[in-house]
Design a protein around this ligand. Sequence first.
Ligand SMILES: [Zn+2]
Length: 296
Amino acid sequence: MKFQKNFKLYILGLFLCFNFLIWYGVLAEERKELIVAFLDVGQGDAIFIEAPSGKQVLIDGGQNRQFISKLSEVMPFYDRSIDMVVLTHPDEDHVGGLPSVLENYTVDFVLEPGVNSDNATYIKFEDLIKEKGIEKVLARQGMSICLDNLPGTKSLSDCGVLLEVLFPNQDASEFDTNLASVVLKLTNGDNSFLFTGDSPKSIEKYLVDVLGDNLDVDVLKLGHHGSKTSNSDLFLGFTSPEYAIASVGLNNSYGHPHKEVLDLLEKFGVNLLRTDEEGTIIFKSDGVSDLKVGSL
Ligand SMILES: [Zn+2]
């Protein structure tokens, strides 16, 4: 009798295992799209990217350690690693939650502009990079990172999801922190995104001079939370986004996004999505069709 009972339990266990594997397979199979999530972190920036290959990139980490709970809303609970963390610049509303990320997740690379800062959170972040032996790369114009091959190919030269560094173009150690912001372009076939940190108008002008029509994207994260010190008429014209994201806190004391920028977005017919109104904003891209957008 005991044998029979154990045998039944054994069959039941086996059945549950198969069931789990099948569902796991179905769910994994569904993730053929690139995911770009603009996390609702109040007055700050944090963007989570996951390529169909499973490669994950985090750009900035919100204002403080509470960021971790926002991150866990877009990552499976069992996933404790992130391939690359990008710090656009070391101001508190961008670096805030990154020490907690390094404490809680395995990170392979950190990409940052290399600008000097005495912000205590940034110093803690740098200490953790050394302590954990994480590879640190200084972002420079011309670098590119392939996050996925083209469908059906294995060679990295056939890159399907490409992350390119557009700025800094030189040693940025003595720059003002906003000026040093890492600017990144992400391309997946016909879909593209531009992440500008808190880059001011002078850098936007430089990017237009150097890259011109190559700045054209579908989604633009507005510079400096939609401040009028960024997001010039010229830059919005060249980037010509379908969607603009304002990563802002509700009723923030800076008045972001500024009215001047809202007027320009209207002039160019750009759809504005704000994290203080939508919460976390998630784009799904298959590289061919129009982007799908939703929120959490
Ligand atoms: Zn900022």
